[in-house]
Design a protein around this ligand. Structure first.
Ligand code: PMP
Length: 351
């Protein structure tokens, strides 16, 4: 029986994507060859890469001033590539510290240059999103994390900043409508809302590049990957293809607007139960609650065994919280059907 998969990542993808990806491994587009054994320079794969890049711009409603890249190294490598490409030798960058991944980005950027942490919720175990800060034009760029996968918080309203805005959207990309043109650089490890692990999406405004005065190592230079159309070296062909299938599935099913509606309904269903049921309490500040990663704890630890047994018996998987938060985390990414959330809510009602 297929499980109700609440895993934080790698995570649930549309069933249709699993099916089509599996078919392509056996026989890609009727070629008599597997997707995994053809050249990345074949016209068949180049068409995949071209379409995978184009669909991102369509979904995000972005024009030709942006470039779309599929890179490797995960979001973690972007922690380094962003400052390498945007931070001038004597300049400084502004970072918002909202969680483990934001802190990871800060740590890496500090190895490259000057970094100011403009606000942090670390002292509150990252249970809220700081809002009381300003970012002036003295900074080369501002970096934030749109959704904090581990703690279950999400930026609902992005700040106005007087500099470039770079955002790690790994865990809520394509989940809600945003004015993506407000961002100068967006990146996301694919393995949540957009595909399997193995590729990282980077969306970058072309005219912000080439201004640091740094001698950027070839592989870390966005301009190189742009010039080579994400084929500077052999791309992760399977991850790019499965990401393309996921984004095509999104586009064919009403795009981000339709996904957002479903995500809002799923989040409401689950948070309403957390707020109604005296056995549970939410971890994140109410106004900053993530609509992708719902973190909660039991109010009475003696019910743990009963609850754990009940959700496992209901076919639920991947509900344990991250070790730094404890409790439970229900990740309800785009591909999660509301019926699965209802199964979890029914289990919560039953204990
Ligand atoms: N940023 C966020 C918000 C994440 O959730 C994660 C991984 N869960 C990362 C960065 C790190 O991504 P990767 O494993 O692709 O390096």
């Amino acid at each position: 029986m297929k499980k109700h998969n609440f895993s934080a990542g790698p995570s649930i993808l549309p069933q249709e994507v699993f099916q089509k990806a599996a078919e392509a491994i056996l026989d890609f587009n009727g070629m008599g060859l597997s997707l995994l054994e053809i050249s990345h320079r074949s016209k068949e794969f180049v068409a995949v890469m071209d379409e995978a890049r184009a669909i991102v711009k369509r979904l995000m409603n972005l024009g030709d001033d942006y470039e779309v890249l599929y890179l490797q190294g995960g979001a973690s490598l972007q922690f380094l590539m962003v400052p390498m490409n945007l931070l001038t030798e004597n300049g400084k960058a502004a970072y918002l510290d909202t969680g483990t991944w934001a802190a990871g980005a800060i740590k890496e950027a500090k190895k490259i240059g000057n970094v100011d942490v403009v606000a942090s919720s670390k002292d509150a175990n990252y249970s809220f999103i700081p809002k009381d800060y300003t970012v002036g034009s003295e900074y080369d760029y501002f970096h934030c994390t749109s959704n904090n996968t581990i703690f279950g918080t999400q930026i609902k309203e992005f700040p106005h900043v007087d500099t470039l805005m770079a955002c790690d959207m790994s865990s809520d990309i394509f989940s809600r409508q945003l004015d993506f043109s407000k961002f100068d650089l967006i990146y996301a490890g694919a393995q949540k809302n957009m595909g399997p692990a193995g590729t990282t999406l980077v969306v970058v405004k072309k005219d912000i590049l080439g201004k640091t005065g740094r001698n950027i190592p070839t592989y870390l230079d966005y301009a190189v990957h742009i010039a080579k159309e994400s084929m500077a070296n052999t791309p992760p062909v399977f991850a790019v293809y499965a990401s393309y299938l996921t984004l095509k599935h999104l586009e064919d099913n009403g795009g981000i607007a339709a996904a957002e509606q479903k995500n809002n309904a799923k989040a409401k269903l689950l948070y309403d139960e957390i707020d109604r049921n005296p056995n549970f309490q939410g971890v994140a500040a109410v106004e900053d609650r993530s609509f992708m990663n719902v973190t909660f704890t039991l109010t009475d630890e003696s019910k743990k065994e009963a609850f754990d047994n009940a959700w496992k018996a209901a076919g639920i998987s991947g509900l344990n919280g991250h070790r730094s938060v404890g409790g439970y985390r229900a990740s309800i990414y785009n591909a999660m059907p509301i019926e699965s959330v209802q199964v979890l809510v029914d289990v919560m009602k039953s204990i």
